[in-house]
Ligand binder design. Sequence first.
Ligand SMILES: [Mg+2]
Length: 393
Amino acid sequence: MKIRSVDAAWLHCPLDPARQHVSDFGRLTAFDAVLVTITTDDGLVGYGEAKPAVGSAGNGAALVAIVEQELRPQLLGQDPRQISRAWGRGYNGTRSGHAERQGRAMPVLGRRGAHSAALAGVDLALWDLLGKAHGCPVLDLLGGPCRDRVAAYASGGWADARTIGEQLAGYTAQGFRAVKMRIGAMDGSVTASLARVRAARDALGPGVEIMVDAHGTMNVAEAKRFCQGAAELELRFVEEPVASDDRRGLAEVRAQSPVPIAAGESEAACFDFAELLEVRAIDVLQPDLAIAGGLTEGLRIGALAHAHRLALAPHCWGSAISFQAARTLAFACPAGVFVEVPMGGAPLLRELARIDLALHADAQHAGVMLPPTGPGFGVEPDPDFVRRYTVAP
Ligand SMILES: [Mg+2]
């Protein structure tokens, strides 16, 4: 089996006003991702996703160029089943031979950011192909699920103190037993963030897990004040209280926080997560598979979480492809405790392909998802949707 073609398409889906939300990132008016399509000489097609931004809106032109101009020449004619080797070629570039012989990475300059995301798109497409070649879900190739079900949490919560309870109750009405709300710079002060979270807890009562996400917008002193002030509110975790560049600051916050700390959505590769763990900065690892280097790297990050007795909760704010890959990772890793389900406008999650996003409940569990089904990641993009939203870089 050989790789015959590698193509990338920037999908740009404008959101109609009813599906837009406002956060510290501003008003989100679009949802973007880069769809990577790899075909083989025996007619298989694999789909991957590369993300230009951690939120939904971002310019995908650079990712298309990296996939088609840098990574494609490394891939054409190669065996698509050698995924780890393809990852090494993408990460190490012209020195991949030395890296293979010496057993350590010798990365290209763009080992973080756009290059890592482009490599993620290729990696996910290759895993999808491997599952299809075997006629089974990718999860089966990883040893199968570690558990029968994974908790899903509703990710949204942008409303003010007066209406946040109602907004989050809208999520629990859909079956979620865990919800995440935004805090931080958009509130203007720690006091205002705490008031919104207190209003949410009062509205939801004690039976619902609440997480909060500051998008890295607090300073260390503010983050400490928030975590201390939230001690009685029974939060499952505080996500990115301070900027991702400030690993030591995050460690300082965690050392004094009664609430667990989550982070990692904008990090790339296991090396970034290893540094976070070395300074004891986080309790919950949140790699985004369409940013951090795909499933290959996600499995390495999941192993780090397991070895350090921490939790893995992949960041999901992308298309059906990265969602199903993250779901696969959560089931494959002993540390995988959560998947995130975006509550904002997310046409690439809900309309690119038909996937099962149903929540399940029984006597012991509610708001959980079952393992993904279908060959590969089980995502077959609708060609009309892809045509309609593909923009020329
Ligand atoms: Mg986040």
